[in-house]
Design a protein around this ligand. Sequence first.
Ligand SMILES: [Zn+2]
Length: 165
Amino acid sequence: MVMKKTYFFVFLGIIILGIYFYFQGSTTFHFLSSPMNDDEKFVVHMHPYLEIQILGNIETIPANIGIHQNGMDREGKSQIITESIHTHDAMGKIHVESLVLREFYLSQFFFVWNQTFNENCIFTYCVDENHTLTMYVNNVPNKMYGLLPLRDLDRIKIVYEEKKR
Ligand SMILES: [Zn+2]
């Protein structure tokens, strides 16, 4: 009798695992609501790099910006939702991936990240009589700020610092 109970629970366990993996298998990637199949190809796939320096410190740009592990599809099934602009590591590498050919801008990265960036402010740090905000693209000062179109391998640097006297 004890043996039979054990078999029953092992059997039940296998069924539960089976159901779990079935639903795991239905996890799909979405790119700004366009469904993705493995055979679909990105027409945009770029990796610009971003560095943010605030008062001499390099800020961490977190991994998994724009990747929502518990997104829901229309049927309420849990799945991973990935924005066209996202990060995988915390090294400042931005992934721009899209099935549609279109321009992407730096402001969109900050929108996905839910952080402030414009010509006056980075995060909560704003230009005032003692501080400046400068953006560099490949070491050249650039005044486009959020309007900067994202380009493969561009090195974007945002520096908030004390005014030099
Ligand atoms: Zn990528």
